[in-house]
Design a protein around this ligand. Structure first.
Ligand code: SMN
Ligand code: MG
Length: 361
């Protein structure tokens, strides 16, 4: 089997009403859909995105520039793309835009390998499990009032979620704790609750806020300080009983290795795009297992589900529904609040042509 062409399509996914995290107002996300076509007619699918469409043209161009790395490649030897990338990308480096563009191709390669084998990616890896605990992440933003937070939390419970994430930010810590407590009161003591500060606190602020929240039995406290401040993360993690989660902003398995060596977090949560694709995500997963640290995911619910299912250290799946319209279906929790790996080959979900037409830029 041979890859004959990389086809790309830009789509815009509006987020209406806009949402607010401590770091961005998010009005849309814009994705570059990547299709690797083969002479046998099988097509592998991947996607990379840019929040609010910022620099989407550059991301698209970076993806397109990598077409020569996959043309003529047998997808069964998809690992060779990753192996060659370390030299092919060396000049601009293996962090940032180039790695994120590489992710689109690597995702499509994994989809092709699964489709060629007739296996879901989870089974291709050798699934360690067929379902994962999932938490709702598409809500409980800083833009919600306390009443809205409680109503959104109740909606998540009705949808079958047994865990969810609320956002905090800088400012009056009493006000932040009040928001988190309001959610805890709405969901009761036995539902998982994560808190994400999107890197906007200092180390002392994070320790103070973390201590104030200890009694709320959080599943984790995420990205309290700027993502590169691993020493600060380690200080906060050591000061709190609540587990610290981080890792969505680092690139490649080497970024994850540096965090593990620094004891920066109790839970790592790589983003498959920033990793540089599934190949790097899986390497990160093996490193997490070696350090006995659970691995969660960031965005990319559809692709992270089979990947985490294939990892012994696999932990919570983040459920962000931004791309479900593209797939024409949403991943829903089962009766116990788990996300179940689909049976279909590759990622187990495919882009809906009607949705692409509707959302095309
Ligand atoms: C997040 C990051 C980027 C976009 C949306 C949400 C957040 C998360 O940090 O962890 O979901
Ligand atoms: Mg986060």
């Amino acid at each position: 089997m041979k890859i004959t062409r990389l086809r790309t399509q830009i789509v815009v996914l509006p987020i209406d009403p806009p949402i607010l995290s401590a770091i961005f107002e998010i009005r849309s996300t814009c994705a570059v859909l990547c299709f690797l076509e083969t002479e046998q007619g099988l097509v592998g699918e991947g996607l990379v995105h840019a929040i609010n469409g910022v620099r989407i043209g550059l991301l698209h161009e970076a993806v397109r520039s990598m077409e020569p790395l996959v043309l003529g490649l047998d997808p069964r030897n998809g690992g060779s793309l990753n192996a060659r990338a370390w030299t092919a990308l060396n000049f601009f480096g293996t962090e940032g835009l180039q790695m994120q563009a590489l992710a689109g191709l690597d995702m499509a390669l994994w989809d092709l390998r699964g489709k060629a084998a007739g296996l879901n990616v989870a089974h291709l890896i050798g699934a360690a499990r067929t379902r994962l605990p999932v938490y709702a992440s598409g809500g409980l933003w800083l833009s919600s009032s306390i009443d809205e937070l409680q109503r959104e939390a109740e909606t998540f419970l009705r949808q079958g979620f047994r865990a969810m994430k609320v956002r905090v930010g800088p400012g009056n810590p009493n006000a932040m704790v009040e928001r988190v407590r309001a959610v805890r009161e709405a969901i009761g003591p036995n539902v998982g609750l994560m808190v994400d500060a999107n890197q906007q606190l200092t180390v002392p602020e994070a320790i103070r806020l973390g201590r104030m929240m200890e009694e709320l039995s959080l599943t984790w406290f995420e990205e309290p300080v700027p993502y590169h401040h691993h020493e600060g993360e380690a200080t906060i993690a050591a000061a709190l009983d609540t587990p610290l989660a981080s890792g969505e902003t680092v690139h490649s398995h080497r970024g994850i290795l540096r965090m593990l060596q620094a004891k920066a977090a109790d839970v790592l949560m790589p983003d498959v795009q920033r990793m540089g694709g599934p190949t790097e995500f899986l390497k990160a997963g093996a490193l997490c297992e070696a350090f006995s640290v659970p691995i969660s995911s960031h965005l990319f619910t559809e692709m992270s589900l089979p990947l985490l299912a294939g990892l012994n250290a696999g932990y919570y799946l983040e459920h962000m529904p931004w791309f479900s319209e593209l797939y024409g279906r949403a991943i829903e929790p089962d009766a116990e609040g788990f996300a179940v790996v689909p049976d279909a080959p590759g990622w187990g979900v495919s882009f809906d042509p009607a949705a692409i037409e509707r959302l095309a830029a």
